[in-house]
Design a protein. Structure first.
Lengths: 484, 448, 372
């Protein structure tokens, strides 16, 4: 089912040749995002330069019934930007202007291709910053953050993208430009802004985002503490929470993750310790200092073997560099790995880690753990060697870990999204009726089912069999687009 | 059931024979290192300019991977996007997975040069560039006042270009700064003794472009090194190190120059071979890798590369000894890509500059982003280079410096050109050692 | 509604199962009611055949203090829930005035109500992490979950937030909790709105991290600090210094007056408006307000205006780029409940159509937009 030539011509004409990539080789560069196990070559890639051009592009797709997928920096880890065969990719890479910085109202208006970190860079001179900080913040775009409702290390205290976006201008799947949300938290009817956020590009394309900015805290205190066991480190987190302290961030890494991160960025972590915690407090100086003292006492009470307090902004940056590089750095200690993303209620962290360790032993595979301990968001990294034929086992283990999270009362995903990758796992977490109603929301926005089809919600066509590490995507294989 | 996320390689199937020939194709291991995370995108100049995946490191590696898997050929998009790469290596710095894009590019460019014919005009232009730049004598002729082609009529490649594509010749000429006859023909002393107790002995690569257009930098370098207690040798008959050709994928001439350079310097009884040019340092440090499978040269190249140092590395390691007089100025330091990204030398130049009393050191926004010079890039891709140059100049201006310093002649020419396009042509652009030299000698900071 | 009560079928389920059966067994239109603290907010309810009373669905379902989350039946009065949570040093960081009147969790979500601390903690859309909703066709849909961080599936609870009972009936709600601040203090300054706006800007530009910054039409600016016993005195002192002469740490309950003002004055129409914080003072100056509270950091204000001024007020707020909705008003007032519709009206209608194709739930709540 090739793209109809008339449709193709109309779509290309919507933007003009400078903003169109349709060479069969060049378009292959767009065939996957950060999750490379799934690949589908788009027929056309459109790279518009402003919101109106995005609307024209979407209108052309809509009029011709051609499915389209929005793409930001392509860093997603769930295949949310996986193209549709014979479909269109709309890249937002050129919509990267910071349109307005409004220090008085503590907000900024930006285009979707602006990276998360560029927002903070643009407003820092006013003593403001944009709070959500996914590990990929230097590269991931705010448009992608909106699609995924991205979190980050500091979301324990400050919340997620949804808590920091006041409004968005979006192109609906029929090409209409509308605004969701408003100038204040007051709503005009149901929170359409809120349901659009985190819908993984299935309800439309964001073209302008008004983000809330926070005043930079007066003090930031960061410590890195080593512990004799993951369980002890977990106890520390529980005690901090029980003391009524809301840290800006609490992150945990285990031996393997520490080793990888240290090898990559030499941030001063202790190689060989069973567990390390990064705890960060921020706020007015009196309170921050008092609570920081309490946190140190809690660490000591749990057999902390080394307590390193960042003495300068550079030392703080080094600690975070180590933490944020951990994912990609694992490539240095293992030829292959899978990144998992699951959530458990925080009080079940020790239990889930114990079970993951057992499952790893049983499978004969190593599992490195990096996680947001404060909110129970795990990122187990299953290490394996494809060359040694461990792929299948690793894949099963990683999948079993995600489902274990659901079993323990958690979630399939804390921040990476469902995308293509976990759509077929959704029935583990939600019932048929739940999913059917989610589909109704989708139909309300996109009755033709052309906006990022095949993502988030399971379909029989996609989920008939368990997809492997790399097998052709069913869409790719059949050349047929599943219209939802 | 769940499919786990974050596969560590692209796992493209091998669908045919590799499109690369057997002489140093990009290695499978290096290609597989890329996990497609995209951390390279924000620092890639061409991705910043155009926002196209194929013109990002991740996209280029993906295309290389496809070619290696036999899915696409070398001609067409692969060549187009590899040509568009500045080779600034900002992606190497940014990559958390340790992908060696430098090595990948170094193997792919010669593959393209060998296997994919260029259009006649492109070929002409490149021939002219490489007939000119590595040769001090020809550069001197070009540098003197007057029309370039008249002075260079004797060089056949330049004559041809002038006849067929005068516009591109003019573009090339516009980058070359005016230089006095005295400076163009000046030479450095072969031996300069250390001042005071000798702390070591080094040989200096005087460079080709550097020695003609920035002879004053070489002079300052010799003075500073000797003032800091080093004997400095400058072999008279040295030639181009091959950096420009190497970075353009002209493997054979580059290797020939590498061997000549090794030969010239290996005989000298020195602790280090020192260069004040970022591009030369990065290529000379790379000789070991380039010649690793040449039985006659592997060991010699390894020993040579191990001795190569950027001038700032030497100065920072020695620590300041010569007394410095204050230079009370706001000084912006621009990291040359081949120093910062390719050699990882970032702290040492800053350390050296901070050793000057009262100097206020400024970092430039978007420091990791290339200025657009990139070897011969501003000659072959002038539009992209101009955009980057303008952006760099804007960033430089934003910190309101009194002096701008950087350790690569290409960057000096490029940033100089774009600062002049603005209103601040008077802003002095120097090599860091020129500032240090002025401080040590207690003379006014030079204007150029 | 009270005048029609006699002709209505009263549905008061005590379980999810009963709730579902009640909706399936009822033909015709249904209004959803909690404690009735906001029954006359938003568009005037059209004729209905039954009232779905959630107050039989009450109580905590699960509360694991270590996880700082709680799931409750939607008809649970928030006041009662807070008392329960307080035993564990926790609470829902939410302080809308009508909590004290017995408002239910579900009702507070459906009306998108919020209090002064929304400046820091947001509204309930920021605090609800999961919900179970009953739709007009009997579908029971769960979304979200029991963990703070969760991006699996569409966040349907967001749609219910501010839906005024038009899309379905909330039956269970999962909330994220915070520790109860160990010490709370408020600094008061007597001043007019212009001066309050100036001071508010300074406080918000500072690093003192106020939890609430509200001006009251009685001529007082209130700035609240949530802190610890050790740190509160110093923080209040710095705040007092910043606010200058006339600023003083308040006696115990200054916020009661704030709550009273948001309930409105007798005989007036209460409008809830939201604009950019910087334009709020200007908008308020232009309204014939008998009483007002103004969130200087959030841009959200609650004002009492004469019924005759409602349409004009909507227009003024709209012209300032903001949104407005009518809350309590005299029973006989014929004034539009909403200003001009949002640009995404078509989506709103489409969602309503998919959730409640026969227009059974909450008819009239979005008039004059003609959603259903």
């Amino acid at each position: 089912m090739a793209l109809d030539p008339v449709a193709r011509a109309a779509i290309v004409a919507a933007l003009g040749p400078d903003d169109v990539v349709d060479d069969p080789v060049q378009t292959r560069a767009y065939e996957c995002d950060g999750l490379t196990g799934y690949r589908v070559r788009p027929e056309i890639v459109l790279i518009p330069r402003d919101a109106e051009a995005v609307a024209r592009a979407v209108k052309a797709c809509h009029r011709n019934g051609v499915p389209f997928v929005a793409r930001g920096a392509g860093t997603g880890l769930s295949g949310g930007a996986l193209p549709v065969a014979d479909g269109v990719v709309i890249s937002l890479a050129r919509l990267k202007r910071v349109l307005e910085v409004d220090p008085e109202n503590r907000r900024a208006v930006v285009e979707p291709g602006v990276t998360n970190l560029e927002i903070t860079a643009a407003v820092a001179a006013h003593g403001l910053y944009y709070a959500p900080d996914p590990s990929s913040q230097q590269v991931c775009t705010i448009g992608g953050n909106v699609a995924e409702n991205s979190g980050g290390a500091h979301c324990l205290k400050y919340g997620f993208t949804t808590n920091h976006v006041l409004s968005m201008e979006v192109v609906l799947p029929d090409g209409e430009l509308v605004t969701l949300g408003g100038d204040s938290p007051e709503q005009q009817g149901p929170d359409l802004r809120g349901v659009f956020l985190g819908s993984e590009g299935t309800l439309g394309i964001t073209t302008k985002i008004t983000v809330r900015l926070l005043r930079t805290p007066e003090t930031v205190r960061t410590l890195l503490a080593d512990f004799p066991s993951v369980a002890e480190a977990g106890e520390v987190v529980s005690d901090i929470v029980a003391a009524g302290i809301v840290p800006a961030a609490v992150e945990m890494m285990d031996t393997l993750a520490i080793e990888a991160a240290e090898e990559a960025v030499h941030a001063g972590y202790t190689v060989g310790v069973p567990a390390a915690l990064v705890v960060e407090l921020d706020g007015p100086i009196e309170q921050c200092d008092a609570e920081f003292t309490q946190v140190k006492e809690i660490c000591d009470a749990h057999g902390c073997t080394r307590l390193h307090i960042a003495g300068s902004p550079e030392e703080r940056a080094a600690i975070w560099r180590g933490r944020k590089a951990a994912f990609a750095a694992v490539g240095r200690i293992s030829p292959d790995y899978f990144v998992q993303d699951g959530v458990v209620p925080r009080t079940r962290l020790a239990e889930v880690l114990g079970r993951i360790a057992d499952m790893g032993d049983e499978a004969g595979l190593r599992v490195a753990n990096v996680f947001h301990a404060g909110d129970g968001n795990l990122h187990p990294l299953v290490l394996y060697s494809a060359a040694a034929g461990e792929t299948e086992r690793a894949e099963e283990l990683s999948g079993a870990i995600a489902e274990l999270c659901v079993e323990l009362g958690g979630s399939l995903s804390g921040e990476h999204g469902i995308g293509t990758d976990k759509a077929c796992s959704m029935p583990k977490m939600y019932g048929e009726e739940d999913l059917a109603v989610m589909q109704r929301v989708r139909d309300a926005f996109d009755p033709e089912g052309i906006c990022n089809p095949g993502k988030v919600l399971p379909t029989p066509r996609l989920c008939g069999e368990r997809p492997g590490k790399y097998r052709p995507h069913p869409l790719e294989e059949s050349g047929v687009i599943e219209r939802l | 059931m769940t499919t786990p996320a974050g596969s560590a390689d692209t796992n493209l199937p091998q669908t045919g024979p590799s499109a690369f020939d057997e002489h140093h194709p990009p290695s499978r291991e290096l290609l597989d290192d890329c996990v497609h995370c995209g951390f390279c995108l924000p620092t890639c100049p061409t991705y910043q300019l155009w926002g196209e995946e194929m013109d990002s490191p991740r996209g280029r590696i993906y295309l290389m991977d496809l070619a290696e898997k036999g899915e696409i050929g070398l001609e067409g998009p692969l060549r187009q996007h590899i040509d568009a790469c500045l080779g600034c290596m900002a992606c190497v710095t940014a990559c958390p997975s340790g992908v060696q894009y430098d090595k990948l590019l170094e193997s792919v460019r010669p593959q393209l040069e060998r296997n994919v014919p260029r259009t006649p005009s492109d070929r002409l232009f490149r021939e002219a560039i490489f007939a000119l730049f590595p040769y001090k004598r020809r550069l001197r002729a070009a540098a003197l006042p007057g029309a370039l082609y008249q002075k260079l009529a004797a060089v056949p490649a330049v004559r041809k270009l002038a006849a067929k594509l005068p516009g591109r010749l003019a573009a090339l000429e516009s980058l070359l700064p005016p230089v006095t006859v005295r400076e163009a023909f000046a030479t450095l002393p072969v031996h300069t003794s250390a001042v005071g107790d000798r702390r070591g002995r080094v040989a200096l690569l005087s460079g080709c472009v550097q020695d003609v257009f920035f002879h004053r930098v070489n002079e300052a370098t010799v003075r500073v090194l000797s003032a800091e207690g080093l004997d400095v040798l400058v072999p008279r008959d040295q030639q181009c190190c091959g950096a420009l050709e190497l970075h353009a994928g002209r493997e054979d001439p580059a290797l020939a120059r590498a061997k000549r350079t090794i030969e010239r310097f290996e005989r000298l009884d020195v602790d280090h071979v020192v260069t004040n040019v970022a591009g030369c340092g990065s290529s000379m440090k790379d000789y070991a890798h380039l010649l690793a499978d040449d039985p006659e040269w592997a060991v010699r190249a390894k020993e040579f590369s191990a001795r190569v140092r950027d001038v700032h590395e030497v100065l920072a390691e020695l620590g300041p000894r010569a007394p410095r007089s204050p230079v009370a100025a706001r000084v912006a330091y621009h990291d040359a890509c081949h120093l910062g990204h390719a050699q990882g030398v970032r702290t040492q130049p800053r350390e050296v500059l901070r050793s000057i009393p009262e100097l206020e050191l400024l970092d430039i926004p978007e420091a990791a982003l290339c200025c657009g010079s990139a070897g011969i890039y501003n000659m072959i891709m002038p539009d992209a280079a101009d955009e980057l140059g303008k952006r760099k100049a804007d960033n430089v201006r934003s910190v309101e410096p009194a002096v701008v310093v950087t350790a690569n002649p290409g960057c000096l020419l490029q940033i100089g050109k774009h600062l002049k396009d603005g209103t601040d042509g008077a802003l002095p652009l120097l090599h860091p050692v020129q500032l240090l030299d002025a401080s040590i000698r207690n003379v006014p900071v030079p204007r150029s | 509604m009270s005048d029609r009560e006699g002709t209505l079928t009263a549905l008061k389920p005590a379980s999810l199962k009963e709730a579902r059966e009640a909706v399936l067994d009822t033909a015709g239109r249904i209004s959803v009611a909690g404690a009735g603290t906001a029954a006359d907010w938003a568009g005037r309810l059209g004729p209905v055949d039954a009232v779905f009373d959630t107050t039989g669905l009450s109580g905590v379902i699960t509360h694991n203090p270590g996880d700082m989350t709680v799931s409750v039946h939607a008809g649970t009065p928030l006041r009662a829930l807070q008392e329960e949570l307080a035993k564990h040093g926790q609470h829902l960081s939410f302080d809308a005035a009508r909590v004290a009147d017995g408002a239910t969790v579900g009702g507070l979500v459906a009306t998108a109500d919020a209090g002064p601390s929304a400046l820091v903690h947001g509204t309930l859309r920021d605090l609800v992490i999961g919900a179970t909703t009953l739709l007009a066709d009997g579908a029971v849909v769960r979304s979200g979950g029991h963990v703070i961080k969760n991006v699996a599936g569409f966040d349907l609870a967001k749609l219910l937030h501010g839906s005024y009972g038009t899309l379905g009936a909330l039956v269970e709600v999962v909330l994220r909790l915070h520790p109860v601040p160990k010490a709370v203090g408020t600094v008061v300054v007597e001043c007019d709105l212009a001066e309050a706006a100036r001071l508010g800007r300074e406080v918000l530009a500072s690093q003192l991290e106020p939890t609430a910054v509200e001006w009251l039409s009685s001529g007082r600016l209130l700035v609240r600090i949530d802190s610890t016993d050790e740190a509160l005195p110093a923080r209040l002192e710095r705040l007092t210094r910043l606010l200058g002469d006339g600023a003083a740490v308040a006696e115990a309950d200054v916020w009661g007056e704030h709550a009273a003002l948001t309930r409105g004055t007798e005989g007036a129409a209460v409008l809830r408006i939201g604009v950019k914080p910087s334009v709020l003072p200007g908008v308020l100056e232009g309204l014939p307000a008998a009483a007002a509270t103004a969130g200087l950091g959030t841009g959200v204000a609650t004002v009492s205006v004469p019924g005759t001024a409602v349409a004009e007020a909507h227009a003024a707020v709209h012209a300032a780029g903001g949104t407005s909705v009518l809350r309590s008003r005299p029973a006989d007032l014929d004034a539009p409940a909403w200003g001009p519709p949002p640009s995404a009206l078509a989506v709103l209608k489409a969602v309503k159509q998919r959730f409640d194709p026969d227009g059974r739930f909450g008819p009239g709540r979005y008039d004059p937009w003609e959603i259903s």
